[in-house]
Design a protein around this ligand. Sequence first.
Ligand code: ASP
Ligand code: MG
Length: 409
Amino acid sequence: MALYVQKFGGTSVGTVERIEAVADKVKSFRDAGHDIVVVVSAMSGETNRLLGLANAIMDEPTPREMDVLVSTGEQVTIALLSMALNKRGCAAKSYTGGQVKITTDETHTKARIRSIDEKNMRADLDEGRVVVVAGFQGVDEYGNITTLGRGGSDTTGVALAAALKADECQIYTDVDGVYTTDPRVVDSARRMERITFEEMIEMASLGSKILQIRSVEFAGKYNVPLRVLSSFKDGPGTLITIEGDEKMEQPVISGIAFNRDEAKLTVQGVPDIPGIASKILRPISDANIEVDMIVQNMGADNHTDFTFTVHRNDYKKAKVILDDVCEVLGAREVSGDDKIAKVSIVGVGMRSHAGVATQMFDSLSDEGINIQMISTSEIKISVVIAEKYLELAVRSLHSSFDLSEATEA
Ligand code: ASP
Ligand code: MG
């Protein structure tokens, strides 16, 4: 029989009725003979409600008190779910992070897990109990309550699965798996049976709405099979593992991710000498602005154009900084566009196939879509295009790479 860690998110435990439904589901696995450790989030909206209470008192409460406060959300759900299980004759015991104990560093509100003591959980499992653990929280070495950052219950689930060497970490959520692209953009988007950790991380723009990307990195590092599935309807979900499906030939492209909230900035006519890239980007990173794609063109007359993209919210701030840099460096001018989007095709199959980029570019040119920037990694090709063509681009790539077609019976 297997050992499963089952994580239920906020919507899955959003009401007493839903908690009862989760108890039914957990009990059915237990009745089938499996050992079960459950990790739960706070009831949906609860963490935000608690943050709101804190902010009604003061703008910046100390992170330590914030953690004492927001960790209570999960404490409510572990108790309620354990009661619901016990009511069904399914013995269960709740644990806060500190009771487990999950030890973290001291970085309040975004702590990292250092170690997990499995003794208590093992003892309960050995006696046939379901163990119900509060997600998102731990304690530092002095016993202070810490939390792992928003969405951190996913990371708790994966960490417990790694510590217990569970057969699978199952993330129950409100979607029934990971799709080839956003079904709101492409009707025929298909649920993937399987995807690799690497691909899932590259698909962050799609995936991060489903689970905390940090938890996927963690699962990849410890090779914990992760399964994303719906708490509301039955089905196999999507399995995220180290390898794709060995049974069949890998599709070249697994999915299409996209990002609307991008902006690009170009410093034109910068002297083409050593140190320029750093002089342009240093003040940007000093201002805590994250840079995504970077392209430096081949210079002419010892001058070059330097372009990069940032989140759209940072566009104005970055433009002001660059105007200064432009003057200091004696560059010609700064131009920019905050109506751009990034579209990426992702797939480990790219490693062994030639012509993937050409197929992508052909498909975009057939639609008359101009590519403004291109960047590649081993398993991803991203392009920047005008935002107004985003949906069209995603749809045409989805059909060009045959993603709608069922690949498994
Ligand atoms: N309750 C926390 C949050 O809302 C943690 C989680 O749900 O994963 O961010
Ligand atoms: Mg979540």
